[in-house]
Design a protein around this ligand. Structure first.
Ligand code: 5GP
Length: 222
């Protein structure tokens, strides 16, 4: 008798410009979806606020991170804002083996590496705020950053969106978090039951409407 699960795991890659509300959405998705797990990344950046080692991130020294790169322990890694971030290969392999949905809150460079290595298992979703103007409003509202720093974040957001537009399969506009969550749930579900075109699956039309279409990103990509 085989102990293989009947459903192979899913690698749900969620990327977004900072300020899109991605982390809240990803965490809500995990608490809402039975068997879903949040992938805990490794990083060389120091913990912020109440962050805990092994819960929010595996916090590593630069040398510790480099040693794990050399050992081939990472499924992907990238440098973001001058710090290194990576997904452990064991996290991906466990999700696939156990038949769970693993949620990756990672940047587009890392997401592209997961798509290259596990094309049949990865489902990629770009989350964007309703518009660049709304993102600017959110960034100005929440931070004490200088005007120049906010402009840099906005430019970085456009770059991140442009990169994802040519690689990612789905687009979720985070206008209201409950609606965005419903779309994310539909995308994950329909990909598990055989693709966004699967007949008779109520999630399928919702997921199909979220298929990446550059025309929906015209405000972001000139
Ligand atoms: P923060 O330092 O704010 O937690 O994360 C900064 C950025 O790093 C976010 O865009 C986040 O998605 C990205 N990130 C977090 N973990 C990983 C990872 O394992 N791999 C990659 N490529 N990016 C990550």
């Amino acid at each position: 008798m085989s102990s293989e699960p009947s459903v192979r795991g899913q690698l749900l890659v969620i990327s977004a410009p900072s300020g899109a509300g991605k982390t809240t959405l990803a965490r809500r998705f995990v608490s809402f979806t039975p068997g879903a797990r949040f992938s805990i990344s490794a990083t060389t950046r120091p913990p912020r606020g109440a962050e805990r080692d092994g819960v929010d991130y595996h916090f590593l020294s630069p040398d510790g991170f480099a040693a794990r790169v050399a050992a081939g322990d990472f499924a992907e890694w990238a440098e973001v804002h001058g710090r290194r971030y990576g997904t452990l290969r064991s996290t991906v392999e466990e999700a696939l083996r156990d038949g769970t949905v693993a949620v990756f809150d990672i940047d587009v460079q890392g997401g592209a590496q997961i798509l290259d290595r596990w094309p049949a298992d990865a489902v990629s979703v770009l989350v964007v705020p309703p518009s660049p103007a709304e993102l600017e409003r959110r960034l100005r509202g929440r931070s004490t950053e200088s005007d120049a720093a906010i402009r840099m974040r906005l430019a970085a957001a456009r770059t991140e969106v442009a990169r994802a537009a040519s690689r990612y399969a789905y687009l979720v506009v985070n206008d209201r978090v409950d609606e965005a969550l419903a779309r994310l749930v539909a995308i994950s579900r329909s990909a598990r039951v055989g693709g966004a075109g699967a007949d008779g699956d109520p999630a399928a039309p919702i997921a199909r409407a979220c298929r990446m279409d550059r025309a929906d990103l015209s405000a972001w990509i000139p």
